[in-house]
Design a binder for this molecule. Structure first.
Ligand code: GUN
Length: 599
């Protein structure tokens, strides 16, 4: 996987030519309603999933697949994943095929991603039964890996509703080195709206799994749940829902499903409702009606993936999930369950985002970005007077109150007025000034020095303000807004203050100051000597060359790139946290701004 863009764990990646998050429509080779070629041409589908067991069981299909290959048989040149028959075992109680035989078959028909024949873990299974199923799945997985050939192999994470067993399964499967990780055993949970259990299953798997491998939520085809799964780092979905619902005359809407007979005002944005009136559809023969509704449902499912990608791109994924959580009380339950894992989520949370923080309800104040703000602000708090102010807090004033400001985020030192999300946030009320008489004031010049130091301490940790800005400080301000733009210390450009999020971008002079005052490993990304040669002349850092990093680094942080001897090479902005940098082997992880040697 190559990470392209992210909002927390929600991520846009490239995997084998497919942009994720992606939906793989389920194709039943016995019963094709929308052909794979059409999916690709009309719907832009890049990957599909089919069931190798269904093909294997039908002699004609089996021979055809072995002779022509799967891609030719389905007439689909894109990525094809195959499942193994586990789901049939879950539904019918048994399958006739041996676990190695079905992996060999997937390999021989040219599947791009094959799946092992895992043991489906049911919600009513005991802890003991589930543990046994995981061990058997791992044993099968190990043997399957030995015969997979060039095919990528998916190792399914099981564990039913037991978080400790999800972690156990993830650990065992991870160690075996699969190429792809589906999370299985969630269909019965999805069907009974046990979204809280699904959330826990995903989280406890994702906590352990190699973050550079794709994770697929098996059988979660209803678009209603997509935003929450993506928020937790799910990359792939499969959907049979589009066709199953169509067979039951059900229509997918952005906010849920409706029965055809109840619908009077269908949506505009669909490839079918501009061709047919709703009554024409109601009067169609079953087969045609199914086909037409399947088209609509597939379109809606793909549309949801697109909206999610746009939300990631804009940095509005949390807000998007909060809005979607209002569509079903159980979705709200799932969202609230997600918020319980704030400490873990914070590790993946970007320092700032393109979009302002929009408050949508009380849950908004539990987002990981708020937890971070509160905990870092608390450390910088000097127990000063608490006041209320309209933003921007220092405005045109010559004298600035020496205080903390009471905000919906908690008490924030006035010096942090411009940082994300303090300044870039919208709440459902008007701000007011409320300054008690006994508050002390500081002059603007003194305030500005305090401000740059406090922002540096917030952004880089305690001591960074002094390290960066000791000496003769000169502030270069914007002619239009009067805001600080560049900080020059002892005649050298040390850092720039970004207009969009109020944080600093470091110049190499600033990096040198931090490097000499802040001890290893803080702010460091350690790279191999091969990489060092390139980074020191300003070339970007690729994840595969990273040896170690500061565990406190967060996506979007400014980092010091060093070699094994902690010699400074360059400064840049990271796209990943430590766990990710240590695992990814494709793509860039730090965008270098400046190296120690001019190129
Ligand atoms: N499809 C839906 N759930 C599952 C599962 O747990 N395992 C496999 N292999 N396929 C599935």
């Amino acid at each position: 996987m190559e990470l392209k863009s992210r909002d927390g764990l929600a991520r846009i990646c490239k995997f084998k030519g497919v942009e994720t998050p992606a939906l793989m429509p389920v194709v039943n080779p016995n019963l094709i309603v929308i052909s794979p070629a059409e999916m690709r041409e009309r719907f832009g589908v890049q990957a599909i999933i089919t069931n190798s067991y269904i093909i294997w069981k039908n002699r004609k299909l089996r021979e055809k697949a072995l002779k022509e290959g799967l891609h030719s048989m389905l007439d689909f040149p894109g990525l094809i994943m195959t499942d193994s028959g586990t789901f049939q075992q879950h539904v019918y109680g048994d399958v006739e095929v041996n676990y190695l035989e079905i992996v060999k078959f997937q390999r021989d028909i040219g599947s791009d991603i094959g799946t092992i024949l895992d043991i489906f873990t049911e919600p009513h299974h005991t802890h003991d039964e589930v543990k046994k199923a995981i061990d058997e799945t791992a044993k099968r997985g190990k043997e399957s890996l030995e015969i997979k050939g060039d095919m990528l192999l998916a190792g399914v994470i099981q564990g039913s509703i037991y978080p400790d067993l999800r972690e156990y399964s993830a650990k065992v499967m991870n160690q075996l080195g699969f190429d792809y990780f589906p999370i299985g055993g969630v269909v019965p949970l999805m069907e009974s709206y046990r979204y809280g259990d699904v959330v826990r299953s995903v989280i406890h798997s994702k906590m352990i799994l190699d973050p550079s491998k794709p994770v697929h939520l098996f059988g979660a085809g209803h678009p209603m749940f997509f935003p929450f799964a993506v928020l937790l780092g799910i990359d792939f979905f499969d959907s049979a829902a589009y066709i199953k619902y169509a067979r039951d005359d059900r229509i997918l809407f952005p906010d849920g499903t409706r029965h055809l007979k109840d619908v009077k005002y269908p949506p505009f944005f669909s490839p079918i409702f501009d061709r047919y009136e709703i009554n024409e559809i109601k009067e169609m023969k079953k087969e045609e009606r199914t086909r037409v509704l399947a088209e609509h449902n597939l379109y809606m499912s793909l549309e949801e993936i697109k909206r999610i990608k746009e939300a990631i791109h804009e940095g509005r994924m949390w807000e998007y999930a909060e809005i979607r959580a209002r569509e079903h009380p159980r979705l709200l339950e799932a969202y609230r369950e997600i918020l319980k894992y704030g400490k873990w989520l914070e590790e993946y949370e970007n320092i700032s985002k393109k979009s302002a923080f929009f408050y949508t309800g009380e849950e908004s104040l539990k987002r990981p970005i708020v937890l971070r703000l509160k905990s870092r602000a608390r450390k910088l708090s000097l127990h000063r007077s608490v006041i209320r102010l309209k933003r921007p807090w220092s405005r045109e004033r010559e004298m600035i109150p020496d205080a903390e400001v009471d905000t919906p985020f908690g008490k924030i030192p006035v010096e942090l007025e411009d940082i994300y999300p303090v300044a870039q946030s919208e709440f459902p009320f008007e701000e007011e000034d409320e300054i008690p008489e006994n508050v002390e004031y500081v002059k603007k010049e003194e305030y500005e020095i305090r401000k740059i130091k406090m922002i540096a301490d917030y952004q880089f940790g305690r001591g960074a303000g002094i390290a960066l800005f000791s000496g003769e400080v000169q502030l270069i301000k914007s002619k239009n807004t009067g805001k600080i733009r560049n900080v020059i210390v002892d005649g050298k450009h040390v850092a720039s203050m970004r207009a969009e999020d109020g944080f600093f971008s470091l110049r190499i002079e600033g990096a040198k100051r931090l490097h000499s005052h802040i001890p290893y490993p803080r702010l460091r990304v350690v790279v191999t000597d091969d990489s060092a040669e390139f980074n020191k002349v300003g070339k970007n850092v690729f994840a595969k060359f990273v040896i170690d990093t500061d565990p406190e680094i967060r996506p979007g942080d400014e980092v010091l790139i060093v070699n094994k001897n902690d010699e400074l090479l360059a400064v840049g902005k990271t796209l990943m946290n430590r766990f990710e940098m240590l695992h990814f082997s494709e793509g860039m992880c730090v965008k270098v701004r400046e190296g120690v040697e001019k190129n």
